[in-house]
Design a protein around this ligand. Sequence first.
Ligand SMILES: C[S@@+](CC[C@H](N)C(=O)[O-])C[C@H]1O[C@@H](n2cnc3c(N)ncnc32)[C@H](O)[C@@H]1O
Length: 270
Amino acid sequence: MTKGCMERVISFLTMTTGITFRRKKEVFVDKVLDVMRQKNLQECEELYFHLLNKERLYYALLEELLVSQSFFYRERVDIDILIEYLRQRGGTRISLLSLPCANGEEPYTIAIELMEQGIENFNILAMDLNPKAIQKAKIGRYQARDVRNVPPSILAKYFYKSGEWYEIKEQVKQKITFVCGNLFEQKDIPFVFDAIFCKNLFIYLEDSYKMEALDIFSRWLRNEGLLFVSFSDYFKAHPCFDRISNEYRSIYKKVGCHEKSRLYFKWRNG
Ligand SMILES: C[S@@+](CC[C@H](N)C(=O)[O-])C[C@H]1O[C@@H](n2cnc3c(N)ncnc32)[C@H](O)[C@@H]1O
């Protein structure tokens, strides 16, 4: 295998997903070689050629490379803040985004907790780049370790137990639309959300893609809308987002950023 070709594979995948695959390069190369063996590909150039078309092989490789681990009731405190925010805002239909949603654990947790609080007028768009994860999310069947943090009363109310499996009930599934998609390929879609959950994605992104993700979210969030990231997600200041407080350092509010952002975008676009 030519070293130059593997570099091009890394660059292409980073360019299309924003993810820094270079941090664990040995693991990356092993996984790529595995996929090549499975698909009977001898040469890296052949793989690269297929990747460029972004067809089946591109997604097969991403399924191996993406880390889609999650669990129910992860960073639960966020949902209390969301509920308080929605109550204060009052009124109309609520629109939420969970991106990346991995296997559905996060959007299902949000939906269950809103329903528990008697909030029914909401829908959640849940998106992830990993087709296998989205397939699992749509089915909604989980193992005991995935639901380990779910309180027993919630487990009994919103899941069917079937053998070793816990399956989400239809009433929760109906609240969520699962879509396989890449954040960086949706940017021109005119979504308007009240809140966006983007947890545990920024840790994998290159710096310039972090800023691009924030630019996209600033367009998709309504004014004063909330952006939830994870404790481990780090990014530099962005003119459209302020932390809601020093206590909740991973929750941001979209601020009236028009004037500030005019200069910022001018600077970013050269
Ligand atoms: C660790 S999971 C986070 C899941 C959940 N938000 C949580 O915090 O538990 C990271 C997910 O990001 C997804 N991902 C990576 N790059 C993406 C992109 N450009 N667009 C959409 N999803 C992406 C991966 O497929 C993976 O499922």
